[in-house]
Write a protein that binds this ligand. Structure first.
Ligand code: ZN
Length: 241
């Protein structure tokens, strides 16, 4: 079976190493800057409230109306902070909400960046949201068709599976502009609201946001290598038969 295929490891190992490195870097960068107090001595929750009430300045004027409706809520765990567009709710982890660290304002501002994207109707975010149902069905169906096709020796079925499976890679690709843009907005909002008081704060916010960005590149690399593996597996199988 494919999981015993040494070629699978050859394809996946570099992507897996990149992903592990990216996750280690996020975690260590976040830990480092969680221990550093920001110059304004404000928690992530304070920062989120300020940015929401300022209407996320640096964004369109129209977006401030949408931001007024954003709810704030707590969520368990570490680095679990996220903005849920469907519920228009910003979930902050305890560490971010309650600690006045450099990491806390970076994470809170990034999530507000997503809320501003939603309020503005930022196109890449809308496209990504539209892809969600197709991607979750596509990856299941992809696996079934690929392995069904390979076992039954039906190359066309397997190729159809690859097509469905590729939606996952497309989704990982669509995630990049959304995430990079949220971080860009975060830096701009913090600066424009006078919340980056020291050079150290600015450097810390940058480090945290850049480390997070790398995990999305890692996800894309993983998805692409998996896709490439299936392509060579099915392509190679067809040539041999
Ligand atoms: Zn994000």
């Amino acid at each position: 079976m494919f999981y015993l295929d040494p070629r699978y490891l050859c394809f996946m190992l570099p992507a897996m190493l990149l992903m592990m490195y990216a996750q280690w870097r996020v975690s260590s960068t976040y830990t480092k800057w969680s221990k550093v107090r920001n110059a304004m001595n404000i928690t992530g929750l304070d920062a989120a409230r300020r940015l929401l009430s300022s209407g996320g300045s640096g964004a369109n004027i129209e977006s401030s109306a949408g931001l007024a409706d954003v709810r704030l809520a707590g969520i368990g765990g570490r680095l679990t902070d996220r903005y849920d567009p469907a519920k228009n709710t910003l979930y902050l982890s305890q560490e971010v909400a309650q600690h006045p660290s450099v990491a806390a304002i970076a994470v809170a501002a990034h999530e507000i960046g997503h809320a501003v994207q939603q309020a503005e109707g930022y196109l890449p975010l809308r496209l990504r949201s539209l892809m969600v149902p197709a991607v979750s069905i596509g990856s299941y169906l992809g696996w079934i068709l690929i392995f069904g096709g390979l076992i039954l020796g039906l190359a066309q079925v397997a190729w159809a599976g690859v097509l469905f499976f590729s939606l996952g890679a497309l989704f990982a690709f669509a995630t990049l502009p959304v995430e990079f843009n949220a971080s860009r907005r975060a830096r701009a909002m913090l600066a424009e609201n006078g919340m980056l008081h020291s050079e150290q704060d600015a450097r810390g916010v940058n480090e945290v946001l850049n480390a997070a960005a790398m995990t999305y590149v890692g996800s894309l690399a993983t998805a692409l290598m998996q896709l490439l593996y299936f392509v060579t597996l099915i392509g190679g199988g067809r040539r041999r038969s």
